[in-house]
Design a protein around this ligand. Sequence first.
Ligand SMILES: [Zn+2]
Length: 241
Amino acid sequence: MTVTAKPIPMLSDNYSWLLTESGSGKLAIVDPAEAAPAIAAIEAAGGKLDTIFLTHHHGDHIDGVAELVAKYHAQVVGNAADAHRLPKLDLAVHEGDEVPFGAATARVIDTPGHTLGHIAYYFAGGGVLLPGDTLFSLGCGRLFEGTAADMFGAFRKFDALPDETLVCAGHEYTASNAKFALAKDGGNEALQARATEISQLRAEGKPTLPVTLGQERATNPFLRAKTAEEFAELRKAKDSF
Ligand SMILES: [Zn+2]
């Protein structure tokens, strides 16, 4: 069994993700900012929604949930610690929990930093990581609630995941992240090649995601930071870049 992930553009630069589990044909939606684009994608894929996975409480990740639940009666999964500010959860999860999705399993990874209750989901079969607003291609989320040390720690949890893992992040920020990354690490040839690829993809109106974790390890300055202090300095510099 494998899980495939398809980006569904929402609002100006959000991605919700449509997940399909090949063994059962079950569908899930991750972080629906809006209902209409999610419904269009679900109907094109068979018209039944099994699960809604939520990474954090921001409106641009949850505002489509109520309409999707009313239409499809899907199970809503989110962080137990943030249940008070998420839509009503059918399954409230914690770090390390394994959530069945058809024949596959999503492992819950606590990833505080962007918000304190932020979680990511990882499907080992098929190697799909849903880091929400924690890890972006060539960047990372803003620190609204947690500290740089929190997010640095969250990134270390990604260290155990294989290079071929597909990173399915919550925003199309890659082109602007590339400018900052090049300013910090301009001599990095893998980064130069990725920047060229990003320009081509965006010129064609295509998503730059998913990207492999191996690619990010070679190019993303935040994932490459060696210490929490280095990470903090990068995040501070990016905030005013
Ligand atoms: Zn957010």
